[in-house]
Design a protein around this ligand. Structure first.
Ligand SMILES: [Ca+2]
Ligand SMILES: [Ca+2]
Ligand SMILES: [Ca+2]
Ligand SMILES: [Ca+2]
Length: 265
């Protein structure tokens, strides 16, 4: 009973045009998203591993809100596996997210989503904008009994399915919590920052988020968003792998450890 009312509620609040969906397909994988709650389904070989992946923002000391709260987004379908969603906050900023799905061979249980986020300041003053990337994976098609850790990248597992999320630039803050604590933090009327902590998880319905504290340079007075620093670009990658055998799992563990070592250098 976790969740299904969210989209209906938001569509009701904003009207029928808000809530347009898009679908990405590649190989063994399909992703479904919309302009209210971000990505809501990530099917790999028929199993849906995702409840929600979305972006939230605030300016200065205003409470956080989702990008979907800005109103209808513009959805541009670029290829079968590639869509762009753009939101405009008139006179202040635009935010666009490119979603690119990389599927794999049928039966592999593996797929990848690359995202490129662009935020452009249209104001004539520097914009203190804080961005949040929110992830609620329900790996293996269930919302309980999952584990997670953070080591520069996020890892979540529900054996034999593993999810990983990494970002460039590295975020300024992060948090792992249990649903819906983190979602409430990003949706309530308080100004919140992520805790840089794993909060003990009851029931194992994991959610996690990253936070970037930005200060986008003012756009040129002529009105074009062309000043150096007025646009920020971030790339992020999500991968889900299914590991059928203990030997393969050990190899995955070694790979992750090697990745962590490289990162620290
Ligand atoms: Ca889903
Ligand atoms: Ca489970
Ligand atoms: Ca809040
Ligand atoms: Ca979850």
């Amino acid at each position: 009973m976790k969740k299904l009312f969210i989209l209906t509620l938001a569509v009701g609040a904003f009207g029928a045009a808000h809530g347009a969906t898009f679908t990405l397909s590649d190989g063994n994988s399909t992703v479904v998203g919309n302009d209210v709650t971000g990505l809501n389904d990530w099917f790999i070989d028929g199993v849906d591993h995702l409840f929600r992946e979305d972006y939230f923002w605030r300016i200065g000391n205003t409470p956080e809100q989702s990008q979907g709260a800005l109103g209808p987004g513009v959805i541009t379908n670029i290829a079968a596996n590639y869509s762009r969603v753009t939101f405009n906050n008139p006179g202040l900023f635009t935010i666009s997210v490119d979603y690119i799905l990389g599927g794999s061979t049928p039966g592999s249980g593996t797929a990848d989503i690359a995202e490129i986020v662009r935020i452009t300041n249209h104001a004539s003053f520097a914009l203190p904008l804080t961005l949040f990337q929110y992830n609620d994976f329900d790996l293996n098609g269930n919302a309980f009994d999952q584990g997670a850790s953070f080591d520069g990248h996020f890892f979540q597992w529900d054996n034999p399915v593993y999810g990983m999320v990494g970002t460039v630039d590295y975020a300024d803050r992060w948090e792992i919590n249990s649903y819906p604590n983190l979602l409430n933090k990003l949706s309530d009327a308080n100004v919140d920052n992520l805790a840089n902590a794993v909060t003990p998880v009851g029931g194992g319905d994991i959610e996690f988020a990253s936070q970037w504290n930005l200060n986008l340079a003012a756009a040129n007075a002529a009105g074009g968003p062309t000043a150096p620093g007025s646009t920020w670009v971030m790339s992020t990658n999500k991968r889900i792998v299914t590991v059928p055998e203990p030997a393969t799992m050990a190899a995955l563990g070694l790979g992750l450890a090697a990745m962590a070592r490289r990162r620290r250098k």
